[in-house]
Design a protein around this ligand. Structure first.
Ligand SMILES: [Zn+2]
Length: 410
């Protein structure tokens, strides 16, 4: 469509400019090509109509630099499409920021965004300035958006190498049309400031947890290295494979803590979504909502079958007895649930360790504490809100102690 439009827009009255414009279009085409991944899927940002770029050049009588025209064209297209313009996406649109590198940055794998930008600092400063002036000329309204990392600590993302506050603010500023109602602007800003999903990786190769030296079928990448689900405090969550959008959406909504599971596809050279991790209760609630349809029933049966296969009934019974011995006030069904969870085959949880199998008091204690932490305190909400694990644990410590005390001395 860009091609056809471009042809229509070429005006005969300004023939002198055509070669330059063609060059510009070719250049953009090249950059578009770079954004096409191995599967031939064009990235979101690759669809900027060159016609906008051309029209701009032809009708504007002000002398403009090539960069200024490219920035204005990208910004204009973005404003039409999203009712909002921001530096990161404009630079992506002009080909300076490939989506995969922006993704690395959002996931906290690079220190700051400028580290992945391969343009000269002067050129970058000029582009940011062109955008700011273009937005001001259009009478757009600036608002600051929070950029948080898709990491467990949800730390603020950095744009610049030196952390200069003024420049950081320029990067964080999004522009919206002045006629946008204030409530809509606030909603948009809130939406854009939301932390991206936590991402858990299904690794292809052997790996070692930097927390405990163990391994597992899933890992969370943190700045210090990969963490197993137990060390990341995500091992109480259950996996829901992708495939049923309604069920996934409901489960994620009901879950206080959730993560997206991805696996790297060697053939497609990108991470692909495998499903989500959610709280078991949330999944059950979502399933109950979906049970009316037969597919959901079949999936439920499959999950029950899998759960039975993973069950170690003997260990479970002994664990439940040990829990009740240490905590006589713990409700029996709760003791069973704690034991069932801790004894799952291949989970690497407390109950599966050598100490747990020998029913070491300390190991049983750990299983009970973990259960109380996740179910009887605000711990999961604190984690989801971005609080560091250690701080969250400190905050819920007295709540855990209170529950344990009533269970110990009913
Ligand atoms: Zn670990």
């Amino acid at each position: 469509m860009g091609e056809a439009h471009a042809a229509e827009t070429f005006p005969s009255r300004n023939v002198g400019q055509i070669p330059v414009l063609t060059l510009e279009a070719n250049k953009a085409e090249e950059q578009t090509a770079k954004h096409t991944d191995a599967a031939g899927v064009k990235c979101l940002r690759a669809h900027y109509p060159y016609a906008v770029m051309l029209r701009e050049t032809v009708t504007d009588s002000q002398p403009q630099s090539r960069l200024e025209r490219r920035v204005a064209a990208a910004a204009e297209a973005m404003l039409t499409r999203d009712r909002s313009v921001c530096p990161v996406e404009v630079l992506a649109a002009i080909g300076w920021l490939p989506a995969s590198l922006v993704d690395d940055w959002r996931r906290g794998r690079v220190d700051h965004l400028e580290a992945v930008l391969s343009v000269h600092p002067d050129k970058l400063a000029a582009a940011l300035d062109h955008l700011r002036r273009w937005a001001a000329n259009q009478g757009l309204t600036p608002s600051e958006v929070a950029y948080v990392a898709a990491t467990r600590d949800r730390r603020p993302l950095r744009f610049t190498a030196d952390g200069d506050q003024a420049t950081e603010r320029v990067w964080r500023t999004h522009w919206t049309p002045p006629d946008l109602p204030e409530s809509a602007r606030a909603r948009l800003t809130q939406q854009q400031s939301r932390a991206p999903d936590l991402v858990v990786i299904e690794p292809l190769n052997q790996w070692t947890c930097t927390g405990c030296g163990g391994s597992g079928s899933l890992l969370l990448m943190e700045a210090g290295g990969p963490l197993c689900m137990a060390c990341a405090d995500l091992d109480h969550l259950v996996f829901l494979p992708a495939g049923d959008a309604t069920l996934s959406r409901r489960a994620k909504k009901a879950s206080r803590l959730a993560a997206v599971v991805v696996r790297f596809s060697r053939s497609r050279k990108r991470y692909e979504r495998q499903g989500i991790l959610v709280e078991e209760a949330a999944l059950e609630q979502a399933e109950a909502q979906c049970l009316a349809d037969e597919d959901a029933r079949a999936r439920r049966r499959e999950r029950d079958r899998q759960r039975r296969a993973d069950q170690d009934v003997v260990l479970e019974t002994r664990l439940a007895e040990a829990v009740l011995f240490l905590f006589p006030g713990c409700p029996a069904e709760r003791a069973e649930a704690i034991a069932r969870h801790a004894a799952v085959r291949g989970s690497g949880r407390v109950g599966r360790s050598a100490a747990g199998r020998a029913l070491d008091e300390q190991a049983v204690m750990l299983a009970v504490v973990a259960s109380v932490r996740h179910q009887d305190t605000g711990y999961d909400e604190l984690l989801m809100s971005g609080l560091a694990r250690e701080v969250a644990r400190e905050q819920v410590r007295s709540d855990i102690d209170r529950v344990l005390a009533t269970w110990q001395h009913p």
